[in-house]
Ligand binder design. Structure first.
Ligand code: NAD
Length: 260
């Protein structure tokens, strides 16, 4: 069913976004990658996904902190592939500090990349989805879109906001063949989390292995990381016919974190 569809995945040069891009490419989707990083490494990733799955894969360096760039990304994908059928809003950043020590410019950056970018891409992509009478929007929120942790004010606010945006968009397009859902991962071992584990190990004078176990067990009852492959499979499911009447949902993939 997804063969030949076009997918834009923001923040897909590493981690969860790349996992979702690979899963959609595996279904025969044409894929527009996006994100930051070393240009040669990104080109190697782009070429590897194209070769492994035999689909067209392009890359756009749009900065998700800029509303104009977000709109430009959707326009570029529509020009390149003729449509944006699937939009995965995944780009995200983190900053950890208590509210009173939280640098205001980091607050603005987290809200811009994690929340406002999804507004801007959806704003740009919805008219085309409506015209073609099909669309899937998958917003990568977090367990932190459903519950909070200390020292993550901007991240938790952005992810709660993203779930709110997901619900509003779902309601606005409820009577069209377009769905909008959020997925809410718990801990996934990506560069974003690796940085938090290393900071924790340093702050607490622990080994990285001990800090990793502590991080997991504190929140995630399964004591296992969610994998990018599992999140790719969840995104594929949400894009398929079996999920055609699932909309406005926030689906945890968190080893029981938010069941507590
Ligand atoms: P990651 O750091 O591996 O990947 C983040 C991606 O976003 C990268 O491709 C990066 O280049 C891109 N990015 C960052 N700032 C950008 C910008 N301004 N413009 C364009 N791209 C930008 O992180 P990840 O862990 O894979 O996180 C992906 C998403 O999943 C984020 O929204 C994150 O909040 C969410 N998430 C992650 C976890 C986890 O445990 N790793 C858990 C829940 C939710």
């Amino acid at each position: 069913m997804l063969k030949g569809k076009t997918a834009v995945i923001t923040g897909s040069t590493s981690g969860i976004g790349l996992g979702i891009a690979r899963a959609l490419a595996g279904q025969g989707c044409k894929v527009m990658l996006n994100g930051l990083g070393d240009q040669a490494a990104i080109e190697a990733t782009r070429a590897a996904v194209a070769a492994e799955f035999g689909v067209e894969v392009d890359f756009d360096a749009a900065n998700m902190a800029s509303g104009e760039d977000c709109a430009r990304l959707i326009e570029a994908a529509e020009r390149r592939f003729g449509a944006v059928d699937i939009l995965v809003n995944n780009a995200g950043i983190q900053h950890v500090a208590p509210v009173e020590a939280f640098p205001p410019e980091r607050w603005d950056a987290v809200i811009a990349v994690n929340l406002s970018s999804a507004f801007h891409t959806i704003h740009a992509a919805l008219p085309g989805m409506k015209a073609r009478q099909w669309g899937r929007i998958v917003n990568v929120a977090s367990a932190h879109g459903l519950v909070a942790s200390a020292n993550k004010s901007a991240y938790v606010a952005s992810k709660h906001g993203l779930i709110g945006l997901t619900k509003v968009v779902a309601l606005e397009v409820a009577q069209t063949p377009i769905t909008c859902n959020a997925i809410c991962p718990g801990w996934v071992l990506t560069p974003l989390v690796q940085a938090q584990i290393e900071a924790r190990a340093q702050a607490q004078g622990k080994t990285v292995a001990d800090a990793q176990f502590d991080l997991l067990i504190e929140k995630q009852p399964s004591a296992r990381f969610t994998t990018v492959e599992q999140l790719g499979a969840l995104a594929v499911f949400l894009c398929g016919e079996g999920a055609a009447n699932i909309t406005g949902a926030s689906l945890p993939a968190d080893g029981g974190w938010t069941a507590q």
